[in-house]
Design a protein. Structure first.
Length: 202
């Protein structure tokens, strides 16, 4: 249940955000007017984000706020049902406002990667990689995400790793995806890059 403090904090954050955004737009407009060419064409991307925790949900929402079409995927069905109603599972100042603002417009949620947008150009893997008792990183969810990607992509795609993983994991991801493509007997060009995220929660 939303309390008055949470609502007040979000409202204050949104006011500051809109003021800052207006200043940025104003500066961009002035800069464009100074240019000799007519208009700068913005490129809108189709993006899929696997994982809706602090990293995935925050990144996906910000991409959607910038005008990209974003589908966030998570295997937790109840979490997805709540997100589809604008109910977020974490607290991050201003995040709930942006989710509600872009929901069903540029921001979508699904519990099934196979339902992802076939036009997707970039897939971000942002699943949890917790530390096990022996201090090794648990990679089963990460590798499962890679396997799922190999089962659905049909066009050239960039796969971006935002999860915290050991050095050399990208090579394993390439191997997993290629194995799935070989099993499907199709050739699809793909690229794996690393862009790990380190966020302070809350």
């Amino acid at each position: 249940m939303k309390n008055e403090y949470s609502l007040s904090l979000n409202e204050d954050w949104l006011t500051k955000y809109e003021q800052r955004k207006s200043k940025i737009v104003y500066r961009q407009t002035n800069n464009q007017q100074r240019k000799s060419n007519n208009e700068t064409k913005l490129i809108r991307l189709n993006i899929t984000v696997i994982g809706t925790g602090y990293v995935g949900l925050t990144a996906g929402t910000c991409f959607a706020e910038m005008g990209n079409k974003v589908t966030c995927v998570d295997i937790d069905v109840d979490k997805i049902k709540n997100l589809q109603q604008g109910i977020i599972p974490i607290f991050e100042p201003g995040l709930e406002v942006l989710v509600t603002k872009n929901l069903h417009k540029t921001l979508f949620f699904s519990a099934n990667l196979k339902e992802f947008n076939a036009k997707t150009e970039i897939i971000f893997i942002a699943v949890g990689t917790p530390t096990k008792d022996d201090n090794e990183v648990e990679l089963q969810y990460f590798y499962q995400a890679a396997k799922d990607i190999g089962q659905v992509i049909t066009k050239e795609t960039i796969i971006v790793n935002k999860s915290t993983v050991p050095i050399g994991t990208a090579d394993k991801v390439k191997e997993i995806i290629q194995k799935e493509l070989d099993a499907r007997k199709i050739q699809v060009k793909f690229h794996v890059v690393s862009n790990p995220e380190f966020l302070k929660e809350g």
